[in-house]
Design a binder for this molecule. Sequence first.
Ligand SMILES: [Fe+2]
Ligand SMILES: [Fe+2]
Length: 333
Amino acid sequence: MVKKQTVTDLNLNTRINDIFFLKDVEFRVRRDKKTVDMFFKIADKTGEIEAINWDVPTDRVEELGKIEFARVQGHITKKKSDGTLQATISSLIKTAPLDLDYSDYLPRSKENLDELMSRIFSKINSIENYHLKNLLRNFFDDQEFAEKFKRAPAATKVHQPYIGGLVEHTLNVVEICETICHIYQELNRDFLITMAILHDIGKIREYAYHKVIEHTDEGKLLGHIVISLEMIDQKIRSMDNFPKDLELMVKHTLLSHHGHFEFGSPKLPSILAAIALYYADEMDAKVSGFINIKAENKGFKEKWSKWVWWLERSIYLDEEAILKNKINKIDPV
Ligand SMILES: [Fe+2]
Ligand SMILES: [Fe+2]
């Protein structure tokens, strides 16, 4: 079925009538202890909008809670002060999987993913150390792994939360590490670039990205640091004579790449390459995350974005306008 209406087409008073993915479904019972309202989000690859289905018959709660994709009918009834929209839904009808083209619902990188993968392969070819190159090849010469790596998102929210996000993020981290190696000659390029390529490989199992992007049970229970460690350990076990001390450095750099215990690293970076990788990773996650927020707020006339939970702040949106003005104006001096 061809999707005609997307989330970005919706505005105040727009009539909604198309198939959307239902997210974060929650039923709340009113004070009268009888009436149940359904709070959720309707989503597709262009974004998501809060929606409410008032006064749901109690015998439909279970069925409605299980719906993933539905023909949604209703109206956009509210525009909040932060620019976000809210829909009031009048009808939800479950859609059969055969009627769906999932690519309408999966946000995707704007880059050519095959090109990004070939950049990863040329980085692997540039590694001189026999053991590190071998380790990388053991992963990336496996077509099934490479295909998953090419499609995986880097996150479900915050930075590069779309198909191809992992390879984009990985290449950004690799390029930041290349620059770090130019500045600080003390770093071993082979080791740092190898770790930049491998640092998030566990995300291919942390996330599901066939129908929609979400955490897998394994992702929720273990997280990508532990999954990556398991994958690397398995590979090293299958290789001949991977040096034990190098193995420890690889594992340490992987385990410590989130830099803090509270961000999921069981060890703090204790070697030079590990501290460099942590900052490179952090740099791309934060800068790419900022770019995302700015893109989401494009066309929104306020000076400040709404509150961003992962930054614990709002961000200033007038940056470009001010800089453009300055650049276009003739210097008065
Ligand atoms: Fe990570
Ligand atoms: Fe990362």
